[in-house]
Design a protein around this ligand. Structure first.
Ligand code: GUN
Ligand code: ZN
Length: 441
């Protein structure tokens, strides 16, 4: 038994429906077999239990591990392509890099960069958009298993309008997806997600094959993109005879409680009702929406319609793995939305970055740090003298401290990450190798 001693912040009750931030300073979390067996004042727990070890995390804040509900594995090296709208960015930045993952050894190196980036940012669970190549997706799962990250992901499929080498057929998509799902679905901490890239690149036959895979493997997820960009939306309407974008997935039978659609910046009210009825989740990806100029996310309309919303980094259109940055950007967007914006308090941001994602991914025993949950946690400890350290020292209360963490926190402040009570260790730094790589290009 291990007793963790920390200032613990989490959101066991949804702040959008009346919950508040739960904050406890000098708290004790007793962890047995990866789960939180008891929680309370540190002194009381220390007196009650004969623990093997006390882990002192009092410096800084302990939060639930972040849950990233939309992030692209093959795009870690494509981050930072600014100045383009979606379709141009895909063609010039993302897809040329994604094509390189046809080479398994390249994919293995990218998988190491990718998983390491998530861990360093304090992410403990992620719904990952995989690659268009089955061996590359296999490499992702191998790396996730080695590291201990909770990864739900799958083979990305498309059969039109992308560069040739990224295209597949409905039968091949089904066969390769089934083989990957058999190997990785519900194996340790990995699970499978059926992943049509977006309706723009997927014909009806391919969407039907996605549905077959969904029906044939119990408990798999579905993830895709929707309503991100005006030109994309108009193109989809043209390809599907004026059918609404959400409906392209719904009529294929792809929407349910285990479906996560990224973006939804420009939905109709009918589409929001459909998503709410199906219990699907929208992954809000605010830095990506800003970087690609996609638009301002209509959070108020999602909440009013009862659509579930969580946060995604959308690396590589998003500008990094850090969900603190996504939370801050989500806050900015609502501030800039005038009367249509939702004023977001720090508790809302933490909820969106943790428990909301856990609910979307049906990770019933993660998302907060209450008794009975798995110990999935991130320890933020700013380096001495940093502005975040100064800000935390002078925070008025727990909400204020959390606001400062969102305003100023970066992966550089992540001092520890645990899943199931086990500490995840980032890969050794490889700057020298990276510099050689850059020079060789
Ligand atoms: N729509 C289809 N593919 C992508 C992608 O890779 N990134 C984003 N942001 N949108 C997409
Ligand atoms: Zn995306």
């Amino acid at each position: 038994m291990t007793l963790f001693r920390a200032t613990v912040l989490d959101t066991p009750q949804n702040p959008f429906t009346g919950g508040a931030l739960r904050a406890e300073s000098d708290a004790g979390l007793l962890v047995r077999d990866g789960a939180i067996a008891d929680r309370g004042a540190f002194a009381a727990l220390a007196a009650r239990y004969p623990v093997d070890e006390v882990v002192d995390l009092r410096d800084g804040l302990l939060l639930p591990g972040f849950v990233d509900t939309h992030v692209h594995f093959p795009q870690v090296r494509a981050i930072g392509g600014l100045g383009m709208p979606l379709l141009q960015w895909l063609e010039r930045c993302a897809l040329p890099e994604e094509a390189r993952l046809a080479d398994r050894s390249y994919a293995e190196a990218v998988a190491a960069d990718f998983v390491d980036g998530l861990v360093r940012a304090g992410t403990t669970s992620a719904l990952v958009f995989g690659a268009h190549f089955a061996p590359a997706v296999d490499a992702l799962f191998v790396e996730a298993s080695r590291t201990g990250l909770r990864v739900t992901g799958g083979l990305v499929v498309s059969d039109r309008l992308l560069r040739e080498e990224l295209l597949t057929t409905p039968q091949r998509a089904y066969d390769e997806g089934l083989a990957l799902a058999r190997r990785w679905h519900s194996t340790g901490r990995t699970r499978y997600a059926v992943t049509p890239r977006f309706s723009l690149s997927c014909g009806d036959g391919l969407l039907d094959s996605c549905r077959s895979l969904l029906s044939d493997v119990e408990g798999v997820f579905v993830t895709s993109h929707v309503n991100e960009n005006d030109l994309e939306i108009a193109t989809v309407a043209g390809l599907f005879d004026g059918c609404g974008y959400v409906d392209t997935y719904d009529r294929a039978g792809l929407l349910g409680r285990r479906s996560v659609l990224a973006h939804n910046v420009h939905p109709t009210d009918v589409e929001l009702r459909c998503l709410a009825d199906r219990g699907a989740t929208v992954a809000h990806c605010p830095t990506s929406n800003a970087a690609l100029g996609s638009g301002l996310f209509p959070l108020k309309r999602h909440l009013a319609a009862g659509v579930r919303v969580a946060l995604g980094s959308d690396v590589g259109a998003g500008t990094g793995f850090c969900l603190l940055k996504e939370g801050l950007q989500a806050y900015f967007v609502q501030q800039l939305s005038g009367g249509d914006g939702v004023p977001l308090a720090p508790a809302h941001l933490l909820y969106l970055a943790t428990a909301a994602g856990a609910e979307a991914l049906e990770l019933a025993d993660v998302g907060d740090l209450g008794v009975g949950r798995r110990f999935d946690a991130v320890w933020l400890r700013p380096s001495a003298g940093s502005t975040l350290a100064v800000a935390l020292r002078h925070a008025a209360d727990a909400d204020d401290a959390l606001a400062k963490a969102f305003a100023l926190g970066t992966p550089g402040d992540v001092a520890g990450v645990w899943v199931d009570g086990g500490r995840l260790t980032p890969a050794p730094l490889a700057e020298a190798a990276a510099l050689v790589d850059t020079a060789a290009r």
